[in-house]
Structure formats: structure tokens, C-alpha cells
Design a protein around this ligand. Structure first.
Ligand code: AMP
Ligand code: ZN
Length: 483
């Protein structure tokens, strides 16, 4: 597979520390509120990446944290802890809202066919891990104490900005206006590893540490959890592009200083979902969640389809108009798949292998999901029987996870039901070889005759005849067969 690596700024062949095995880490949600559909764009694309790697034959160990402490309203260690803020907003405890929004996050994931990672670890469950890392960083001179907090000393590094090809705007995320400067920091890029004394007197969760009672910084959580479950060599680290700086930059700084060797070889960043007014946010404009889309009648999987149609390294603009177009295309595709006949022939292995190889290659080119989606249309157009087409679509859907075969089967059943109710209104029953589209045409012919539109009735009969279908009028209905 070829994958763009934000750390080297180029598309490169994806290589792993242990051949055939991928250690993969994903920054999980901060559970102070519902995830918006922008957050979920990142999780959808990371899910496709994981599934593609498994499909391509890798064995994958995927780890994700749940941020339930330490993520401040500014990514640059300023402001209030997001969890404390969320708890105040809802007059609940931090633990209560953490549980509630963790469950809500996984509910959304389930609706979007996002697989749960192999390991999901709330940050509050690994305090010893962070203390171990911070202690060594203090001992080796990479960290210092000031004003009661422990800071990482970025001046000790030869190179701090690893992802410096990112937009100025992304780089500036952590240094928002109106945020007071932390005068304890020796250098602009220093960051907090462990908070003890700070202005957050009302911090709900605190733990004992060699530096006093306090709580971990957000960045150390991901390093600690990854090292615990992925080991010292990470193959692939994922997150939204806003995480590249300062979060991922700081993760690299502290992890490599702690380990004494390179840590993660490949960085995968998903670009933002924006609205017409700019970056999506939980506080500005309409708070776009999966539940909101559902309440407006959208199928969450149509949103997944919408995301797959564009490349993860391009910003994507959300509007209801764009989503409506995606819904129409998704439903049309399902209708085309529903028209395939599962019993038509046996799988042609040569055709199957040819199309599968093409899909692997296209998706393996920097996770080109829009080509992956196009591959389904190519299959529909292929000169082969329906059994082969259905087998290929089911195979690709192991990666795309659009529930294509299930939805098509449901549509077939639904169409069949509609036929029998219409016909079962009593007067007219269509029997045939089990193709709802043809049943519908036979019914349309009957309705035309009833309305004395004989020209239209004859036109339908001729059209079916041209397809090799013969209609036999029976008592109280009609039957049809292929001749
Ligand atoms: P958070 O819950 O704020 O920690 O963010 C969860 C994930 O969503 C992180 O990987 C972010 O980088 C990502 N993210 C945040 N905003 C967006 C957005 N508008 N589009 C895509 N991903 C985003
Ligand atoms: Zn992280």
C-alpha cells in the first residue's frame, strides 16, 4: 500500500516494524459532548484504513484512547478542562458525563458501521503509565518543574516541528487569541506533562504523583496509552489534521525523548469537514450530530457514503444539498444491486480475481475511497453473471462498510411486498420468475389496460418481449417467463 505520511510529507510505501503486522493508534474522542459529524469523518476514514489493511492481509492491533481528563479548551494548555466544563453545563459529575458521551460515541459509530478498535482505553485508567514516563523525562532533563506543574522542555530537541507542511491556520490552533500566556514556560513550545497547581481549583479528578496531587496533560495520555498497548514501535498513528499541532508534535517530542529511539513511522491525518461558514464546531451554528441527521430522516450510512466519495486529504464541505445528492446516489446504487439476481449463475473466479486486484490497487493508492466506490459501478457494468457481481460487491464492502448487500436484500423484500399488496388489492396477481422490476412492468401494463390506454399497454408488452419476456394472461392476473 502507498500512503501519504505527514511526517515525511510524501506518499510512500507503507512498511511496518514487524512484517505483516500493524500497530495502529487513533486519538479518541474527548467525551464532554456528542461527536459532531466532522469528528466522525475522521473516524470513518480511519475505519476504512484499518479495514483495508486487514483486507490486504495485515494483522492489525488498533488502540484508541478516550479522553476523559486533561484536554483543555485550548490545545496549548490554557483554558478550562473540557470535561469539567461539560459537567458544569449539565450539572453532573465528570464521570457521569464521560460515561454518557462515551456510550453516545459508540452508538454513533455503530450507526456508521465504524468498528470498535481492539483496545479502547479511557485516559483515567493509565495514570501510572504517565507518571512512569514523566518521571524519566524529569530525570533525564527533558522536563522541568515550574509553578507546580511539570513541563516538557522543547529546547532540548534538535527538531520540534515535524509536521511543518501544515497550514498556518492549523498550526495556530493552539495559540488562540484571548488566551493568557503561561509564564511558567521556559520556551514558547513547552507543554504541560502533569498539572498540579493551576487555576483549575475545581478540577474533579486528581491523583497522587511525585510532584503533588494533580492530573495529566492531554498529550501524555496518547503516548502512555500507545506505548502500553502498541509497544515501543508504532507503525501508524491517526487523527484529524488539527491534532497534528500541537498534540501529535508533542506526542513525538515526549515519546522519542523517553524511548531514545524513533517512535512512530507513519502519520495519517484526515482533513476537516467544514460548513459553508468554515470549520465545523460544537458551539457555532447548528450542532451537526448523527442523531440530528437521523431526526431529519437521513440514513447515517448515506453520510458514510458522502465521506467516502472524497479523499481524506482534502477538506470536505458539508451542506444538506450535498448530503441530499449523496443520498440519491446511494439509494440508486442500492436499487441497482437489488435488481441483481443472487441465483444467476455461479461465481466466475477469474472475473472475481481480476476486479478484486483492481480494487486492492486503487484503494491501496493513498486510500482512494472515491475510486473504491467507482469500483462498485465498474462491477455493475461488468460482462459477467449476477452471482459474480454480488460476490464482488460483498467483498469490497468488507472495506467500505456501506451495508450494500443487506440494504439491497431489504429493498428486494420491500419491493416484493409492495407488489403483492398492490396486486393483492385483490383483482390482479403477478407471478413470474422473481424479479420485482419485471413484476412492476407487468402491473403497469395491467393498469394501462384498465385505464383504456391500450397503446401504452402494448408498448410495455413489446418492451418486455424485446427483453425476451413473455406475458401469459391468467385468471385474475398474469404470469411471465423468460423464453
Ligand atoms: P476531539 O473529540 O475534539 O478530541 O476530536 C476527535 C477527533 O475529531 C480528532 O481526531 C480531531 O482531530 C477530529 N476533528 C475535529 N474537528 C474535525 C472536523 N471538523 N473534521 C474532521 N475531523 C475533525
Ligand atoms: Zn491523541
Amino acid at each position: 500500500m502507498y500512503l501519504y505520511n505527514s511526517a515525511t510529507h510524501k506518499k510512500e510505501e507503507f512498511k511496518t516494524h514487524t512484517p505483516g503486522h500493524v500497530e495502529m493508534y487513533t486519538c479518541g474522542p474527548t467525551v464532554y459532548h456528542f461527536a459532531h459529524i466532522g469528528n466522525l469523518r475522521s473516524y470513518i476514514m480511519e475505519d476504512v484504513l484499518e479495514k483495508y489493511l486487514r483486507y490486504a492481509g495485515y494483522d492489525v492491533n488498533r488502540v484508541m484512547n478516550i479522553t476523559d481528563v486533561g484536554h483543555l479548551t485550548s490545545d496549548a494548555d490554557e483554558g478550562e478542562d473540557k470535561m469539567v466544563k461539560g459537567a458544569k453545563r449539565e450539572h453532573k459529575t465528570v464521570l457521569e458525563i464521560a460515561q454518557f458521551y462515551t456510550d453516545a460515541f459508540f452508538d454513533d459509530c455503530r450507526k456508521l458501521n465504524i468498528k470498535t478498535p481492539d483496545v479502547v482505553q479511557p485516559a483515567t485508567g493509565c495514570i501510572d503509565e504517565y507518571i512512569k514516563i514523566v518521571s524519566k523525562l524529569v530525570e533525564t532533563g527533558y522536563a522541568y518543574l515550574a509553578g507546580g506543574n511539570v513541563y516538557f522542555d522543547s529546547s532540548k530537541l534538535k527538531r520540534y516541528y515535524v509536521f511543518n507542511d501544515h497550514d498556518e491556520e492549523d498550526l495556530a490552533v493552539g495559540v488562540r487569541e484571548g488566551v493568557e500566556e503561561d509564564t511558567n514556560k521556559r520556551n514558547k513550545n513547552d507543554f504541560v506533562l502533569w498539572f498540579t497547581k493551576s487555576k483549575f481549583e475545581d478540577q474533579a479528578l486528581k491523583w497522587d504523583s511525585p510532584w503533588g496531587v494533580g492530573y495529566p496533560g492531554w498529550h501524555i495520555e496518547c503516548s502512555g496509552i500507545s506505548m502500553k498497548y502498541n509497544g515501543e514501535y508504532l507503525d501508524l498513528h491517526c487523527g484529524g489534521v488539527d491534532n497534528a499541532f500541537p498534540h501529535h508534535t508533542n506526542e513525538i517530542a515526549q515519546s522519542e525523548s523517553y524511548l531514545g529511539h524513533p517512535w512512530c513511522s507513519h502519520w495519517f491525518h484526515v482533513h476537516h469537514l467544514n460548513t459553508n461558514d468554515g470549520k465545523m464546531s460544537k458551539s457555532k451554528g447548528e450542532f451537526l450530530t448523527v442523531s440530528l441527521l437521523e431526526s431529519k430522516g437521513y440514513d447515517p450510512l448515506a453520510y458514510r457514503w458522502f465521506c467516502l466519495q472524497s479523499h481524506y486529504r482534502k477538506a470536505l464541505v458539508f451542506s444538506y444539498e450535498n448530503l441530499d445528492n449523496a443520498v440519491a446516489a446511494y439509494n440508486k446504487l442500492i436499487a441497482r444491486i437489488a435488481a441483481l439476481k443472487p441465483e444467476d449463475g455461479a461465481v466466475d473466479q477469474a472475473v472475481f480475481d481480476e476486479y478484486k486486484a483492481k480494487f486492492l490497487q486503487q484503494m491501496g493508492n493513498d486510500l482512494n475511497t472515491s475510486m473504491g466506490v467507482t469500483a462498485i459501478f465498474d462491477v455493475l457494468k461488468a460482462k459477467t453473471n449476477d452471482a459474480t457481481k454480488l460476490a464482488l460487491i460483498g467483498d469490497f464492502d468488507q472495506v467500505l462498510s456501506l451495508s450494500l448487500l443487506e440494504k439491497a436484500a431489504a429493498k428486494r423484500a420491500e419491493d416484493a411486498k409492495t407488489q403483492s399488496t398492490k396486486a393483492g388489492g385483490g383483482e390482479y396477481t403477478v407471478t413470474g420468475e422473481g424479479d420485482p422490476a419485471i413484476d412492476a412492468q407487468v402491473l403497469a401494463r395491467y393498469e394501462a389496460k384498465k385505464a383504456k390506454n391500450f397503446a401504452e399497454a402494448d408498448r410495455i408488452r413489446d418492451e418486455l418481449k424485446a427483453q425476451g419476456i413473455e406475458i401469459i394472461d391468467t385468471k385474475g392476473g398474469a404470469s411471465w417467463k423468460r423464453v
